[in-house]
Write a protein that binds this ligand. Structure first.
Ligand SMILES: NC(=O)c1ccc[n+]([C@@H]2O[C@H](COP(=O)([O-])OP(=O)(O)OC[C@H]3O[C@@H](n4cnc5c(N)ncnc54)[C@H](OP(=O)(O)O)[C@@H]3O)[C@@H](O)[C@H]2O)c1
Length: 217
């Protein structure tokens, strides 16, 4: 499958390398592919991942991953050209974070009655947006392993077939079957859940070796 990853931060790079390793064709999007920002990474973890503009990457992807800071999400979608998303599965890993105080956890820029997931779906009304992978730190996004145990991934979105694709891709990346919370408005709960992960990250000296699991009996 052609997977277009919008974003060259840690999340974009981890997912691009992970998808490439399991056999997908991957393009990672950046404002200026000629700037050399990805050269070292492409020589190692990102071997044979192509780099393109945001527009080239969105056009390339049959599935598109949105992995950019919330402050720049709309700008990146505009650069990518919203028509390149029409009909496609968009896996939205963003959290709408605002960093107000140095050394303190960020806060959510929106919530309760709205969410980043819903905003992304409104910006891309013809796309099939799924909130996905926003509740785990990037070092654990591919083949998560906690002493032999695996965390859970919760998702939400309006389109069942898009969520099936999101589940299939998560399982290919080494996750158990995802837990579907419902329509995209459930991002209102998944984005605060990410704040639990992030706050614990700050409280434990930026260790990051934690993830979320639903226990059942
Ligand atoms: N970090 C984690 O472990 C983690 C876990 C779960 C979810 N998330 C969420 O995942 C998303 C991605 O996080 P990240 O830390 O990997 O990425 P990031 O560093 O926040 O974003 C990197 C991307 O932002 C683009 N960018 C920066 N300034 C821009 C501007 N002025 N206009 C347009 N684009 C601009 C960069 O473009 P260029 O490539 O051109 O420089 C780059 O592709 C965030 O929403 C985050 O909250 C993060």
């Amino acid at each position: 499958m052609n997977i277009g990853i919008l974003g060259t931060g840690e999340v974009g790079k981890v997912l691009a390398a992970g998808f490439k390793t399991i056999g997908h064709d991957v393009m990672i999007g950046t404002r200026d592919p000629q700037a050399g920002k990805l050269t070292d990474w492409q020589a190692q973890a990102g071997a044979s991942v192509q780099a393109g503009t945001f527009s080239e990457t969105a056009s390339f992807g049959e599935v598109i991953v949105l992995a950019v800071g919330w402050d720049h999400a709309k700008a990146v979608i505009d650069l990518a050209d919203s028509t390149n998303f029409d009909g496609k599965v968009v896996l939205d890993a963003t959290n709408p974070l605002t960093f107000e105080q140095e050394g303190q956890p960020p806060v959510l820029a929106l919530g309760h009655t709205d969410s980043a997931g819903e905003q992304v779906q409104r910006w891309l009304p013809e796309a099939r947006v799924v909130k996905w992978f926003n509740i785990v730190g990037n070092p654990h996004m591919v083949n998560p392993n906690f002493n032999g145990d695996k965390p859970d991934m919760f998702i939400c979105g309006n389109d069942d077939s898009a969520k099936a694709t999101a589940d299939e891709l998560a399982q290919q990346l080494g996750w158990p079957p995802v837990i579907d919370l419902g329509d995209i408005s459930r991002s209102r709960y998944l984005e605060p859940l990410a704040m639990v992960w992030i706050t614990h990250f700050f409280n434990t000296g930026f260790d990051g070796n934690h993830a979320i699991k639903l226990l059942r009996k």
